[in-house]
Design a protein around this ligand. Structure first.
Ligand code: MG
Ligand code: ZN
Length: 234
């Protein structure tokens, strides 16, 4: 039997006379305000935006890359790449000859609404149908910080193990689609039943695609679904 404690108990706070300063609340409020502006701006321009989230190494960039490759002749796509440092991912996407903005968060482990606003400002929005945003690799705070996008996508690879939806419920709860990636990897410690059970527990409506962006498995199904979302937005 495992006992479960959630952080510091309230007793402890009282005993020690903790003063809780709610900086966090204000940070979120200001962020939400800018996120709403982003949302309204994109809506007005008729641009649908997708926020790709997931652990480092889950395959977000490759999925965006492969998706862009297959759809760029059909839709005008722009990409915002979020990373703590470097422009490796931005440079990869740039090879697709579409507009890309690389944002470096300078340490922050998520994109916030203000960063995304700057990203949008640097894209040719008058000439775009779709924006893909790749968030910083992290299963925690990207789910907490609104950035003003339309659709959340979570990328999870089988090499991360089967317990991720149960351990990071918010991420899977706020996502409309789960791309379960790297199904081509053999001998991964992954129990599909456990993953799916955890996923349905936190989000019964989530749509899941089992994919390998390396081998191309089920890419057509994902693209079909994506196009359905894009078409219904217009
Ligand atoms: Mg990446
Ligand atoms: Zn963060």
């Amino acid at each position: 039997m495992v006992q479960n404690f959630t952080g510091y108990g309230s007793n402890r706070k009282e005993k020690m006379g903790f003063k809780v300063i709610k900086i966090e609340e204000n940070v979120f409020k200001e962020n939400d305000r800018i996120a709403e502006e982003n949302y309204n701006f994109l809506k007005e321009k008729g641009i649908i935006s997708f926020n790709f989230m997931g652990s480092p190494g889950s395959g977000k960039t490759t999925i965006i890359e492969e998706t862009v490759k297959r759809l760029k002749d059909k839709y005008k796509i722009g990409v915002i790449e979020g990373d703590i440092a470097g422009s490796f991912d931005g440079k990869r996407i740039e090879k697709q000859r579409i507009p890309v903005v690389q944002i470096n968060t300078g340490g922050a482990c998520h994109l916030d609404a203000n960063m995304v606003r700057k990203g949008i400002e640097n894209l040719p929005v008058e000439n775009l149908d779709v924006i893909f945003i790749e968030n910083v690799g992290n299963l925690v705070c990207p789910a907490e910080f609104k950035i003003g996008n339309e659709i959340n996508i979570v990328v999870s690879s089988i090499t991360e193990g089967s317990d991720k939806p149960a351990k990071y419920p918010l991420m899977f709860k706020i996502s409309k689609v789960c791309l379960l990636n790297k199904i081509d990897v053999e001998n991964a410690y992954f129990e599909k039943e456990e993953f799916l059970h955890g996923l349905k527990e936190v989000n019964p409506d989530i749509v899941i695609f089992e994919m390998s962006s390396k081998r191309g498995d089920n890419f057509e199904l994902w693209l079909h679904h994506l196009e359905k979302i894009i078409t219904s937005f217009k």
